[in-house]
Design a binder for this molecule. Structure first.
Ligand code: NAD
Length: 366
């Protein structure tokens, strides 16, 4: 059963998120938007292109006057301004104009780069998202955050810029490597933890089907996760308040990602960040000890890490500082009051974070 979520209000509709189990309906979703005289450039990466580019090109050629592509090398290391520059050059050489569009076909890296390119090329052209990783389908393609990493800082340059459509085909997750699939699952868990205790229980209940990539269960899981994201981004699109709760697990997660030189996946680092933030929530007497261990142990059956070897906690904490200082000087840490209820906290200290990282530090605990 296909699912649909509309972002925006009746007076100001922004875009739809469509969750399907094939790409077949993609032309239908775009057919009434007046794109027949417009051109489309599909931005994708070197791993996704051989899998899905031909199919998507064929489908979208029925909607647009012309469909071209630009293929970037896969991986986070390419989420930078050099890649954006190369795409600008390609669009200029194709004489792309204000009414032409971009499509992001791939994971969060492709989505973030394409969105940022669309936001800035000719002061903004339309783009659509066709996310193909679990992380992108359940998180990064929604909410309009776009951008690139800069000088080793994650997502340092970017803008808020909304897509015209998000079309997720959960069947595309079948070709995703196991490690990438579980990486996306960390963001699903994060969403349940901050907003919806019954969804958290459902995830535990459906663990087997999720790991087997049962398409109906995946559709429902992506739908529930997108709905949680919708509830935050609609009332706070520019992250002035509650949207920050979506960053649960990300303060230390991003720092670990950087400390590990991006050799761990984003989701693996987010999982560790969620566990560390839950540990601090326990130490701040928001969660009970049992709740902390229940949360921590939920990451295990999905193959996400709950410990990390040989980190120097002080150095990781230093990295959270430089990131946040550059942003606004105040460390907004997201804690859990209970499963399904997050709170924004500005009292978390370096010592709290070091304590949490020591808890994760496997060799330290041996
Ligand atoms: P990714 O885009 O690097 O994709 C992971 C790998 O999977 C890549 O090698 C890719 O080529 C491959 N891949 C993609 N789809 C595939 C498929 N269907 N089959 C086989 N292989 C496939 O990583 P990701 O985890 O999707 O995204 C991580 C990025 O998302 C990070 O840069 C992170 O900062 C960003 N992010 C952005 C937001 C946001 O709101 N904009 C939110 C969360 C994360």
């Amino acid at each position: 059963m296909a699912q649909r979520i509309s972002i925006g209000t009746k007076a100001n509709p922004l875009y739809d998120i469509v969750i399907e189990n094939s790409f077949e309906k993609l032309p239908e979703e775009l057919s009434d938007k007046g794109y027949e005289k417009r051109r489309l450039c599909i931005i994708t990466d070197s791993k996704v292109a051989p899998l899905y580019l031909d199919e998507i090109k064929k489908l979208l050629s029925t909607v647009f006057a012309e469909v071209t592509e630009y293929i970037i090398p896969e991986g986070e290391a390419n989420k930078n301004l050099d890649t954006v520059r190369a795409i600008y050059e390609s669009l200029i050489s194709k004489h792309f104009g204000r009414t032409d569009l971009l499509a992001a076909l791939g994971g969060g890296v492709v989505g973030d780069i394409t969105g940022f390119t669309a936001a800035t090329y000719l002061r903004g052209i339309d783009f659509i998202q066709i996310p193909t990783t679990l992380l992108a389908q359940s998180d990064s393609s929604i909410g309009g955050k776009t951008g690139v990493d800069f000088n080793g800082y994650k997502n340092m340059i970017g803008s808020f810029y909304m897509p015209r459509l998000v079309y997720s085909n959960v069947s595309a997750l079948k070709t995703l490597e196991g490690r990438q699939f579980v990486s996306g699952f960390a963001e699903v868990m994060k969403s349940a933890l901050i907003k919806d205790a019954s969804f958290f229980s459902w995830l535990i209940d459906k663990m087997y089907e999720i790991k087997e990539k049962d398409p109906d269960i995946l559709e429902e899981m992506v739908y529930q996760t997108c709905n949680i994201k919708k509830s935050f981004v609609e009332c706070d699109p520019y992250e002035k308040g509650d949207r920050a709760m979506l960053n649960f697990g990300h303060t230390l997660g991003h720092a670990i990602e950087k400390y590990e030189k991006f050799e761990m996946t984003h989701g693996e680092c987010v999982a560790l960040g969620c566990i560390a933030a839950s540990f601090i929530s326990w130490k701040h007497e928001l969660l009970s000890k049992d709740e902390f261990y229940e949360i921590r142990d939920m990451f295990v059956p999905f193959g996400l890490p709950i410990s990390i070897d040989d980190i120097v906690p002080e150095k990781v904490v230093e990295l959270t500082h430089s990131d946040k200082k550059a942003a606004d000087g105040v460390l907004k840490f997201i804690l859990l009051k209970r499963v399904g209820k997050a709170v924004i906290d500005t009292t978390v200290t370096d010592e709290d974070m070091i304590g949490a990282l020591n808890e994760l530090n496997f060799n330290e605990n041996d």
